[in-house]
Design a protein around this ligand. Structure first.
Ligand code: HEC
Length: 142
C-alpha cells in the first residue's frame, strides 16, 4: 500500500517536472532568444552593428597583402598563361625576366609591357603593393 502510493506520487512528480522543463512559456522563449549567441542572431542583410564594425576595419586596414592582390587580379593571367603571361611557378619562364633585376620587373609591372597591362589591371594598387606582389610572384617562380 505504501509502495503503491509512493510510486503514484513519483510518477506525478515526474510528469510535473517534465512539464516545466520542456515547455517554454512565451516569456521564457523571449529570454532564450535574447541570450542566444550573437553570431546566430546576426544574419546577412539584416542590421548588425558588430558585423559592420568588422567590415569597416577590414577596408581601412592599410595595404593589401601580396597574396590578396595576386589572388584578385594577377592570377587571371599569371596562373593560366593567358595573353602569353609567364606563369607563376614556371621557373624557366621567369629566369630571364628575373635577370633584369627587381627594379625593372616592378617598373614593367607598374607601367605595363607588351600584353601586361599597367599595374596588371589593379588600377588602385599602390607602387608598394605592386612591388610586394612582384616579389611574391618571383619567390614562387624559382
Ligand atoms: C591581362 C593579363 C595580365 C594580368 C591581369 C597581369 N599580367 Fe603581368 N604579365 C602579362 C603578360 C602578357 C606579361 C608578359 C609581357 C611581355 O613580356 O610581353 C606579363 C608580365 C609580367 C611581369 C614580368 C615583366 C618583365 O619585365 O618581364 C611581371 C613582374 C608581372 N607581369 C606582374 C604582374 C602583376 C604584379 C600583376 C597583378 C597586379 C599582373 N602582372 C597582372 C599579363 C598580365
Amino acid at each position: 500500500m505504501v509502495k503503491t502510493t509512493l510510486r503514484v506520487l513519483l510518477s506525478v512528480a515526474a510528469l510535473f517536472i517534465a512539464g516545466t522543463v520542456w515547455s517554454l512559456t512565451p516569456a521564457e522563449q523571449k529570454i532564450a532568444d535574447r541570450i542566444k549567441p550573437v553570431g546566430q542572431v546576426c544574419v546577412e542583410g539584416e542590421e548588425c552593428e558588430g558585423a559592420q564594425a568588422v567590415a569597416t576595419a577590414a577596408v581601412s586596414s592599410g595595404p593589401r597583402s601580396a597574396e590578396d592582390v595576386y589572388g584578385s587580379k594577377c592570377f587571371a593571367c599569371h596562373d593560366t598563361g593567358a595573353a602569353g603571361a609567364p606563369k607563376v611557378g614556371d621557373a624557366a619562364a621567369w629566369a630571364p625576366r628575373v635577370d633584369q633585376g627587381l627594379e625593372t620587373l616592378v617598373s614593367h609591372a607598374i607601367n605595363g609591357i607588351g600584353g601586361m597591362p599597367p599595374r596588371g589591371t589593379c588600377s588602385d594598387c599602390s607602387d608598394e603593393e605592386i612591388q610586394a606582389t612582384v616579389e611574391l610572384m618571383v619567390e614562387r617562380s624559382q
